[in-house]
Design a protein around this ligand. Structure first.
Ligand code: ADP
Ligand code: MG
Ligand code: ZN
Length: 445
């Protein structure tokens, strides 16, 4: 019988933070498609003697994200130097965090989080042919832009759950407003560590003694493909009785295969030691509590609220919540519609959601007011006649004496209730303007 092999996958996610300035200097952190080497200074160029200082906006963004991941925030943390040589790293070390990152542990979407730390991004190599000579150029605009890294435990066993987890992470980052997390701009970068466990290892709850790190993946589609061909490659190798080695591999889209880049460095190869030019960071419980209070409603909470408060289907709620702008558009359109039609009108949240989702009217009308106007047009043809409205108003005023006297003694808000009651009688077909006029006339009589 064939040995069943189970994929064991852990993720590393890098998010470039959308702070105003870089992590250790005041150069702009907004580097995307800027003229090369126009946003640099001695600090982010790593010139000798330049002294870094910490951008606390980046620290706060990292902690907020950690809190959203359910991490514990270290009250004492520090930066460390991680040494390696590469042309895009002018100091020959990257300022990162080693043993005392800002956030440790956590649990998100059912997966255990190992840590969240902050480090500086590197410069960028640009390969060009200049006067017929193949050349490599370096752009340092990205050097020292704050880069947050989240590492998960190896809790994933299939590709589908990786993708859905990563999409949830991307959405949270956008809700927190700490990064656009756009993969095509490189603001969100993914690495997947993959190994295969045999049944003995699964039963003994042991991890395989190797792992392959898939690097430089810049879209969910690529990750899906790269991970699936890598799992296939490892399966075939193990079934042939081959040993797999710990290494870093890239993905070749044209060949649809992964290729070895280098054997994986161990932590000791990096000669980590504390960054001597930056003071450690000490936080109080109070600061963390206050940061917790600044965390907005997150996607999962919003989804649950949309289902409950607006009686939306799970599908509708999911679609709206997966785009914060759209979720806000929906709520604003509903608010405007209700103030026009009255609370009890048949124009329900579901109608608005349906017009947005199935008829894409939010694309046609970039402002919620446009959508509301359109709804009025769509429904106006079927308005009740004036006589019907007058009759409905008459009985509403008789049946709701208390509300009428409340209105007369100065509680203007009751009008909304009375409009709602009238619309109910008219099955929502009253022209809101006329219903309001007739009610006011009736009350003043
Ligand atoms: P480092 O990158 O500092 O060496 P680790 O090797 O412990 O740290 O883990 C890095 C990533 O690899 C984590 O996401 C972790 O979940 C994952 N990982 C660790 N062991 C395995 C394994 N045997 N198979 C797959 N992923 C693993
Ligand atoms: Mg790593
Ligand atoms: Zn700088």
């Amino acid at each position: 019988m064939k040995n069943t092999l189970i994929p064991i996958i852990g993720l590393e996610v890098h998010i470039e933070l959308a702070t105003k300035t870089k992590l250790f200097c005041t150069c702009s952190a907004d580097h995307f498609s800027k003229k090369p080497n126009t946003q640099v200074c001695p600090i982010c160029m790593g010139l000798p003697g330049a002294l870094p200082y910490t951008n606390y906006e980046a620290v706060i963004s990292t902690i907020k994200f950690g809190l959203a991941m359910g991490s514990t925030i270290n009250l004492f943390s520090k930066f460390d130097r991680k040494h390696y040589f590469y042309p895009d790293l002018p100091k020959s070390y990257q300022i990162s965090q080693y043993d005392l990152p800002f956030c440790v542990g956590g649990n998100f979407a059912g997966k255990r989080i190992r840590r969240v730390h902050l480090e500086e991004d590197t410069g960028k190599l640009v390969h060009e042919t200049i006067d017929g000579v193949k050349s490599s150029l370096i752009d340092f605009n990205r050097s020292s832009v704050p880069l947050m890294e989240m590492v998960t435990e190896p809790d994933f066993h299939d590709i589908e759950s990786i993708i859905s987890f990563l999409k949830d992470v991307q959405l949270i980052v956008r809700y927190l407003g700490i990064s656009n997390a756009d993969m095509e701009k490189g603001s969100m970068r993914l690495e997947a560590n993959i190994s295969l466990a045999n049944s003995e290892q699964v039963i003994a709850n042991k991890l395989p003694n190797y792992r392959v790190e898939l690097k430089n993946i810049n879209s969910f589609k690529f990750l899906e493909k790269a991970a699936s061909v890598e799992i296939k490659r490892q399966t075939e190798a193990l079934e042939k009785g081959e040993e797999l080695v710990q290494e870093t591999r890239g993905y070749n889209e044209v060949k649809q295969s992964t290729f070895s880049q280098r054997s994986k460095a161990d932590a000791h190869d990096y000669r980590y030691f504390p960054e001597a030019d930056l003071p450690p960071i000490e936080l109080s419980e109070l600061i963390i509590k206050n940061l917790q209070l600044t965390i907005p409603e997150l996607p999962e909470q919003k989804r649950v609220r949309f289902e409950k408060e607006y009686e939306l289907s799970k599908d509708f709620a999911n679609i709206l919540v997966s785009d914060l702008d759209r979720a806000n558009y929906f709520e604003e359109a509903l608010r405007q519609a209700q103030s026009k039609f009255g609370q009890g009108a048949t124009l329900s949240a579901r109608t608005i959601a349906d017009l947005m989702i199935n008829r894409k009217l939010d694309q046609e009308f970039p402002e919620p007011a446009g959508l509301v106007k359109k709804i009025i047009e769509l429904t106006s043809v079927a308005y009740s006649s004036n006589e019907e409205v007058e009759n409905a108003v008459k009985s509403v005023l008789i049946e709701n004496e208390k509300a009428v006297s409340d209105y007369q003694t100065g509680n203007g808000n009751v009008i909304g209730f009375l409009i709602g009651m009238t619309q109910k009688k008219l099955q929502g077909k009253g022209n809101p303007q006329i219903v309001r006029e007739k009610l006011l006339e009736g009350i003043q009589k």
